[in-house]
Design a protein around this ligand. Structure first.
Ligand code: SF4
Ligand code: SF4
Length: 177
């Protein structure tokens, strides 16, 4: 239910209170570390689905009409051709907000990102109204930031899982084919 904290139910995973009243069931190795690698922009080469709270936040920081497209009935940050040889998808495009210096304009200039960008490389599944957190399969293949630092993901879950995640009607990161 939008605006409400998820119900607390004991499961076989480790339960963590990420924000007051907002818990998640952790299903990854607690020793996993992550630090985004400056030279990697893999997860910014794709479009980003936007939740309703994202759209409200984005509208305060950018021109939503210019930056988004409809994707199967849901708004998404659009991709656009980039004048770069590296750090773009094979079609030469990347996220609208990926700057020439490889940084995200929203993050660099507004200290803000869509929820799905904050969550990566984690995955969110909704089971019995609980958020279950694991690692995105494609992150193991493409994300250069896994296990390259001392920064344990489990100690910084609030960075990956913003409080507004708990108010989204469908917080799951998997996209139906
Ligand atoms: S909005 Fe920013 S963090 Fe998200 S994909 Fe685009 S450039 Fe990357
Ligand atoms: S794929 Fe991983 S290392 Fe690369 S930009 Fe995304 S979060 Fe950072």
């Amino acid at each position: 239910m939008a605006g409400a904290s998820r119900r607390v139910v004991v499961t076989d995973g480790q339960r963590i209170e990420v924000h007051p009243g907002c818990e998640a069931v952790v299903e990854f190795d607690p020793d996993l570390t992550f630090e985004c690698v400056d030279s990697c922009t893999w997860c910014c080469q794709h479009g980003v689905l936007l939740s309703d709270p994202d759209l409200v936040g984005l509208a305060k920081r950018a021109n939503v009409n210019e930056a988004t497209v409809d994707f199967r009935g849901q708004q998404a940050v659009k991709r656009e051709p980039k004048d770069r040889e590296n750090d773009v998808a094979p079609d030469g495009a990347a996220c609208f907000f990926l700057r020439d210096d490889g940084l995200c304009a929203l993050h660099a200039e507004h200290d803000w990102k869509p929820v799905r960008c904050s969550v990566f490389p984690l995955s969110v599944e909704l089971e019995d109204d609980d958020l279950h957190i694991s690692i995105r399969e494609e992150a193991h293949d493409h994300c250069e930031g896994l296990d390259v630092s001392e920064r344990r993901v489990i100690d910084h879950l609030d960075d990956f899982l913003p409080e507004r995640l708990w108010s989204i009607a469908n917080p799951e990161t998997a996209i139906e084919p």
